[in-house]
Design a protein around this ligand. Structure first.
Ligand code: UGY
Ligand code: MN
Length: 249
């Protein structure tokens, strides 16, 4: 039996591991019949939020973005999504990017449908919100491109490579034994969710066992390295801030 005083979750100054055993639910106005877990947000020291939301019977996510854009990704199940003028049936692997000042609505088609979302205050290019990206509906497909010449690592980028976007969301696949080629030390921040597999993450010279369902926050300059273990590839989806001036403007 598990001892209830134990967890793999940690929250430190510049990184956190949040395993599902520590979830305590939240409510958001307009998000009805949902189980909401705020995994990462500003209260932690982050500059974005990461939520995992489970749509229960008659679950509905209804709202309008203001200064913050939202990226939604279907982890499992089925739902119907509307954003801006568009609408689509979504299942596992589908995603929707909702820019600033846009209405959105998700209706549950299958009880237990789970959505990952990243929320970030949008930093407009000169020209203001008129330069903001459009709504994007799409689906993650295949495994992505070989990463830095290593066939054991594959990276898939989900959002278009355009300056208007100030966030990237990527899916990283590591074959068992695959590892990051060097310890990354960078200004960009990350939020991650493990979709599959397991491995060891090094965060600021601390070593953590990680598995499917775990989330990680890495602040700017949190040093990072990962290797996949086990019999199946390790796969994580992650957020990264990109394409903007690196200091106060
Ligand atoms: O895009 C990245 O910085 C990525 N390679 N980082 C990571 O997976 N921790
Ligand atoms: Mn990185």
């Amino acid at each position: 039996m598990e001892i209830s005083a134990l967890t793999r979750s940690v929250t430190k100054r510049n990184h956190a591991i949040i395993a599902p055993d520590g979830y305590v639910h939240s409510n958001i106005p307009g998000w009805k019949n949902c189980t909401i877990n705020v995994i990462i947000n500003e209260a932690m020291g982050a500059k974005f939020s990461q939520l995992i939301t489970t749509l229960n019977k008659d679950g509905e996510i209804n709202g309008e973005t203001h200064q913050a854009e939202i990226f939604f990704y279907v982890i499992k199940g089925k739902c119907h999504a509307k954003a801006g003028g568009g609408e689509k049936e979504l299942s596992r692997g589908h995603y929707v990017y909702v820019p600033v000042e846009t209405a959105y609505k998700f209706n549950c088609e299958e009880e237990g449908t789970q959505l990952l979302s990243f929320h970030k205050v949008y930093e407009p290019l000169p020209g203001g919100y008129s330069s903001a990206p459009p709504v994007v509906f799409d689906k993650a497909a295949g495994d992505g491109e070989k990463y830095l010449g290593d066939p054991a690592l594959r990276l898939q980028t989900l959002l278009p490579d355009k300056q208007a976007f100030d966030m990237a969301v990527n899916i990283f696949t590591y074959d068992p034994g695959g590892h990051l080629p060097f310890v990354e030390t960078h200004v960009m921040e990350h939020g991650l969710l493990y979709l599959q597999g397991q491995g060891i993450y090094m965060l600021d010279h601390n070593w953590y066992p990680i598995k499917q369902g775990d989330s990680i926050w890495m602040a700017p300059y949190c040093q990072q390295w990962f290797t996949a273990m086990g019999k199946e590839p390790a796969v994580y989806i992650y957020y990264k801030n990109i394409n903007r001036f690196p200091t106060v403007q």
